[in-house]
Design a protein around this ligand. Sequence first.
Ligand SMILES: [Zn+2]
Length: 563
Amino acid sequence: MLKEVRCNLCGEDNFKVVYKTYSGAIDKADVVKDYKITEHSAKTLTRVVRCKKCGLIYTNPRPHVRSLVSNYVNMVDNEYVEEERGRRISAAATIRSLKKLRKKGRLLDIGCAAGFLLDEARKDGWEVHGIELSKWAVDFAKKKFGISTIFNGVLKNAGYPDNYFDAVVMKDSIEHLTDPKGTLIEIRRILKSDGILCINTPDIDSLVSRILKARWWGIKQSHLYYFTRKTLKKMLEVSGFVAIKVKSSPRTFSVKYWLSRFKGYSGVLHKTFSFFTGRKIFKDSLLTVNLGDQVEFYARKARRLRYLEELEKMPYAAKKKNLKVVAVLPAYNAAKTLKRTVADIPKECIDEIILVDDASKDNTVQAARSLGLKVFSHTVNKGYGANQKTCYLKALEAGADIVVMVHPDYQYDPKVIPQMIKPIREGKADAVFGSRMMKGGALEGGMPAWKHNANVMLTAIENIIFRTFLTEYHSGFRAYSRGLLKNVKFLRNSDGFIFDTEIIAQILLHNFKIEEIPIRTRYFDEASTIGLLPSILYGLGILKTLFKYMLHTMTPFKFKQFS
Ligand SMILES: [Zn+2]
């Protein structure tokens, strides 16, 4: 019936008992059957423990997921909806705070119950969506408020697309989840890169909780986690969020409800509130009280990539079996090297090869056609960036899940394509760059020293501004996921070589993950090379992009290209 669990935050199985509200053996404890949101604490049987490693406080052992879920699915709670007025006031306060951080947009309320918050948000101009297990609550919201966008189930089954919501709200729900960390990681996926997450939950570190101990109303069998500001902040961090605002939040209920809550508590609290009992007139009045034991967090997605180790273990990662891989060849005067390049492309991992010819002066097009490639041509020479734009558009049109760019000038060795697409295939990265700078590959391959040094210097500057670490930014050997290409506005980028730097800025701003693999390059006479002057102009173009990136991230000045 009950099951022992490990710490959800750090994975340790080493804890200290904080409260135990029953005597005798753990397995003798009864599990609450008819769960209600308004369930009172008095009869709660539970053991609350604190992880010795990270400090997370959680219920251990706890009922099996199936019995928890069936409790919620079958829940009917009329007392909950009787307090509609007060609950709306609390909900409206949350919406007001949210609005200061995000004007409006698409909002998801996880554990939306009867839909009071959704109705308040809708009045405020939000497009509202909800997640709720209780069939009764979903019906209530639908019948009473006409809200039909509530998914009756758990978040991971709702199937929302990536970067879909402007705001996600979890009010009094994170403490009920079996896997809060997994849920936060899933929220990170569906939240837009500049979206806001709001979490409201009891604070076990509060004064009231410390005074009342196990009798505090926050202690319930249905609460599987008891956060402090510190542990919630940590859990947000490991799931890829940054807390931007934390406050304690008041609750509003009718006097009658407050009284019923304090029933059974002796001492000052009960006496204070029972003062109202004899006065019928107050019974239906609303009373807003801030006991400081309910905390409200506002967070945004972290731009740093260190949390991604966690993401790699993502349980909800939708994995498509047969991913279509398209190799794109941005070509200009590549007739001489094309055949050798195509011959080295491992055909077993590529579904289609597309060549875009940027008005070559030689017979690149004929050579490509004779090799059986799908060919598109620019009528005038537009530049390397413009060529990539056509490449990616054509690959997306062809239904590519992974697009790998191979230069047809034979400078890069296409034999490493399987290694390049592997991290994307496994859902570990959205972009993979072949790096000439890992393990000194470029110099071995014969890159001129001045070029090598300039590259190293620009890379250092880029690492500082982008606050990320890549060994090189200027590789022409790259693979991208479909999701990445669909989300970043690459069509707004330069038609020249700066395209490659601009797309990195866009990737980072959208929180996509870049992985690097070492590659070797060959420099030989037939290979396309850039002279000194164009190289300097290229360097200046990169600096301009970095400057725009700084303006975009540090000032109110925004570029559509990066949005
Ligand atoms: Zn722990």
